[in-house]
Design a protein around this ligand. Structure first.
Ligand SMILES: *[C@@H]1O[C@H](CO)[C@@H](O)[C@H](O)[C@H]1NC(C)=O
Length: 269
């Protein structure tokens, strides 16, 4: 009898523990500013391209202490060709490109395996997970955080010689969360330090309810890491190689149409 009670107790405790541990408290959508990630980090990261836009680092669940949930069990097998349709690939590439030589589909698969599987109670399949990521991205600055919010609404332009105050960056990013007249929610952003007064904008974190539906305040563990240097630079990536190749086309007289010419001139000035 005693033995039975003990094992019952253990079983109850185990179940309790499992349910507490696997509880998704919030979800997070984390962007990076590629120029900072690729060029302003030590050691630097070898990037094959540095887009002039925020790109996704990850979409994951966090537990009650703000820890990222990863490496959950996934027993499903998926037809990845069906998951990554041309439409999905195009949409994901727009905000979640690979910055290295890594095949983006491998990167996305790894994101599902590492983080998506821990959200399986909310998103049953990789397709549901990626569709939600697309939906969240579409809602942030109309699908382009830089153009739609920072530049478009607040005049925060990536430029190595421009500095913005901590409050200006925070206000701009926080404004994203006021969609549908919602009260603003706490967001976070980190920097790569230059010196005691200046730093480069690095990552931006938006936090959501556990079903990734609504913005919610990021937890204190995340807010406490927020960049608090007074002067923030959003560094501008070097000229994309597209410019060089269209310049070359211009010089060699190939593929020249009025559009190419205007585009080239537009990039030059
Ligand atoms: C800190 O770095 C910024 C940007 O490079 C520079 O303009 C500034 O003079 C530096 N300040 C100090 C105290 O070194």
């Amino acid at each position: 009898m005693k033995m039975k009670n003990l094992s019952l107790l253990l079983l109850t405790l185990t179940l309790l523990f499992i349910s507490v541990c696997s509880q998704v408290q919030q979800t997070q959508f984390v962007y990076r500013w590629p120029e900072t990630y690729c060029e302003k980090a030590t050691p630097t990261v070898a990037c094959t391209k540095i887009p002039l836009q925020f790109t996704l680092v990850g979409f994951w669940g966090t537990d009650s202490s703000g820890g990222i949930q990863q490496g959950c069990q996934d027993t499903g097998t998926y037809d990845w060709a069906k998951v990554f349709t041309t439409e999905t690939v195009n949409k994901l590439t727009a905000f979640w490109p690979s910055l290295s030589t890594q095949d983006p589909t491998e990167m996305w698969k790894a994101a599902w395996t590492t983080y998506g599987t821990c959200l399986i109670s909310k998103f049953k399949t990789p397709t549901q997970y990626f569709n939600r990521a697309i939906r969240l991205s579409d809602a942030i600055g109309g699908g382009n955080l830089l153009q739609g919010q920072l530049i478009g609404k607040d005049g925060i332009v990536p430029c190595d010689s421009a500095t913005y105050t901590n409050a200006e960056i925070l206000k701009s990013l926080t404004a994203v969360t006021t969609v549908n007249n919602q009260k603003e929610k706490k967001v976070s952003f980190t920097c790569n330090s230059i010196n005691s007064t200046h730093a480069y904008l690095n990552q931006v974190t938006f936090c959501y309810t556990n079903n990734a539906q609504y913005y919610t305040d990021c937890p204190t563990t995340v807010i406490s890491k927020r960049c608090n240097v007074p002067n923030i630079i959003v560094p501008r990536p070097p000229t994309p190689t597209a410019r060089a190749s269209s310049l070359q086309d211009l010089l060699t007289g190939e593929k020249i149409g009025p559009n190419v010419l205007w585009e080239t001139l537009g990039q030059l000035f």
